[in-house]
Ligand binder design. Sequence first.
Ligand SMILES: Nc1ncnc2c1ncn2[C@@H]1O[C@H](COP(=O)(O)OP(=O)(O)O)[C@@H](O)[C@H]1O
Ligand SMILES: [Mg+2]
Length: 363
Amino acid sequence: MLTNALQTVRRMTCTPMCALTPEDGSRAAGQDAQQVQSALLNILDDLTAQQSSNRNVHCAVLNILEDSEADKQNLQATQRAVLNILEDFDLEKSKVASINRELQTEAQERQRAQEEIQQLNLRLEQRVTERTAELVASNHELEAFSYSVSHDLRAPLRAIDGFSQALLEDCSEGLPDEGKNDLQRIRAASQKMDRLIDGILVLSRTTRVEMRIAPVSLTNIARDIASELQKANPQRQVEIVIQPDLSVIADSILLHAVMQNLLGNAWKFTSKHTHARIEVGKNESEQGVTFFVRDDGAGFDMAYAAKLFGAFQRLHTPAEFEGTGIGLATVQRIIRRHGGRIWAEGAVEAGATFYFTLPGNTR
Ligand SMILES: Nc1ncnc2c1ncn2[C@@H]1O[C@H](COP(=O)(O)OP(=O)(O)O)[C@@H](O)[C@H]1O
Ligand SMILES: [Mg+2]
């Protein structure tokens, strides 16, 4: 608009006057002066508008400058914060580096300790192997020794029993009653010792004999032994209940010895009761199968239960019940050789139950 007004002023001022008449000229000059005036007014208007817009621009520029100052301050603050963070980060970094160094040292120490443990373990294993071999050898020696001693003891023992019997039979007339009585006692003692030697031989055989593991019917073994016991003592009233489906994986000869002892004990320790009940069965649980032989006989005091399986350990006197105290020790050895466990529960005059497990007989 300012440019248009200026052009009009320029045009007005440059128009040649010579081309006009004097009246024309003064009319035209009046008109021109008006036009110039209005053009100048326009220019003034324009200038005023321009000025105010310039002021606006100025204000805007000032605002922008103010804003940029604020931004600058923000930026500086941000920069300081970033610098702080960087410093903190550096600190953390050095901390992490030192922790890392510590961890590395620890890892190295652990590695060293582990290697030492491995070495110790190796040495230990070696020593265990050597010791086991020594133990097996000395065990074999001991077994062989007890076997031959037992054998050698038997001959003189049988001689003592035999000659005592001969004396009693051949010279009974010349012997006083006291002498006869003494001879009877010599015979009884030597017979007991013979049974003990038998027990020791069986015990030592159970650890030496080679095992033949196969499926065996525990029911059949128990039935055979039960009928032998009943045949030997037909006068006794004993109800024997045997579960029909008892099968195990074991050495049948050794298992027979186990049942012979357990059922033999049940039979013996119920002998003072007019009626008795013996039960053979199994319990099944998540852990596996547990077999048992139960009776309602003399029982025993649980306080001494740990003694039951020791060789020559007896909880009853010979006057109450005869025996050598080797049966349960043999049973335990056999069960252990099979990798199983045996334990007992009982109460005086309330019977006894013997439990055992045999691996491979899990559910
Ligand atoms: N069924 C049972 N009831 C009560 N006590 C028992 C029973 N079985 C074993 N015992 C106790 O355990 C002891 C050891 O048993 P065992 O080794 O078979 O020896 P033994 O039968 O020759 O006495 C027995 O003397 C007895 O005291
Ligand atoms: Mg016995």
